[in-house]
Write a protein that binds this ligand. Structure first.
Ligand code: FE
Length: 213
């Protein structure tokens, strides 16, 4: 399949000042749809509320923590991420075809959508602004090591960086390496180490010393 975008495009976001323009257009569109009776404003509010509060990176953190704790779940996640993630209750728009890619001592994975902003909503919520920005989308592919440096991540030169281009068809989730010194930790506690950026691949999980005991 080609990079088919049935969801809304974010090309205008590359110009910071255009954001309010997009918001205005969205508002105008919403008004028309409501007036014509196509859209129930209450339903829209529920949808937005859902993605602002209920759905977010804490979902993905639970997936990662479970994969760190349970080898059978990890295998399942790497073989069929959509099903393994759905088993925890995380399904829905922009998460229909998930692929999990595991970081190893040899390989670091990083996710981008070069065309716009395809992103795994059910596990990470809505994409951060930088993810949709033109500089990230182009540089992630041309200079992933430079992008990581901008994010404060320096990897050993011998570590390979793989960049995965999300599409409307496939959404990637990075499974970071489990930090050392977390032996015997509960899934709940492990999840506190998992940052949003570590699941996009622009960051690493927190170290045990960084989270309160
Ligand atoms: Fe996209």
């Amino acid at each position: 399949m080609t990079h088919d975008h049935s969801h809304h495009h974010d090309h205008d976001h590359e110009h910071g000042t255009v954001l309010s323009d997009v918001e205005l257009r969205v508002r105008a569109l919403e008004t028309v749809l409501v007036q014509k009776g196509y859209v129930d404003p209450a339903a829209l509010d529920v949808l937005i509320e859902t993605y602002e509060t209920r759905v977010g990176p804490h979902n993905g953190a639970r997936v990662v923590a479970k994969a760190w704790s349970d080898p059978a779940y990890r295998d399942w996640l790497l073989k069929d991420a959509t099903a393994a993630i759905a088993s925890l209750g995380y399904t829905g728009r922009q998460g229909e075809h998930m692929v999990a890619v595991a970081n190893t001592p040899e390989t670091h994975n990083m996710v981008v959508c070069t065309l716009c902003s395809c992103y795994p909503w059910p596990v990470l919520g809505l994409p951060p602004v930088w993810y949709k920005s033109a500089p990230y989308r182009s540089r992630a592919v041309m200079d992933p090591r430079g992008v990581l440096k901008d994010f404060g991540v320096t990897l050993p030169p011998e570590k390979q960086i793989k960049v995965w281009d999300s599409t409307a068809e496939i959404r990637y989730l990075v499974l970071p390496e489990r930090p050392a010194g977390t032996e015997g930790w509960s899934e709940e506690k492990l999840a506190t180490l998992v940052t949003r950026d570590s699941m996009i691949g622009t960051g690493l999980p927190k170290q045990p010393a960084e989270v309160a005991a």
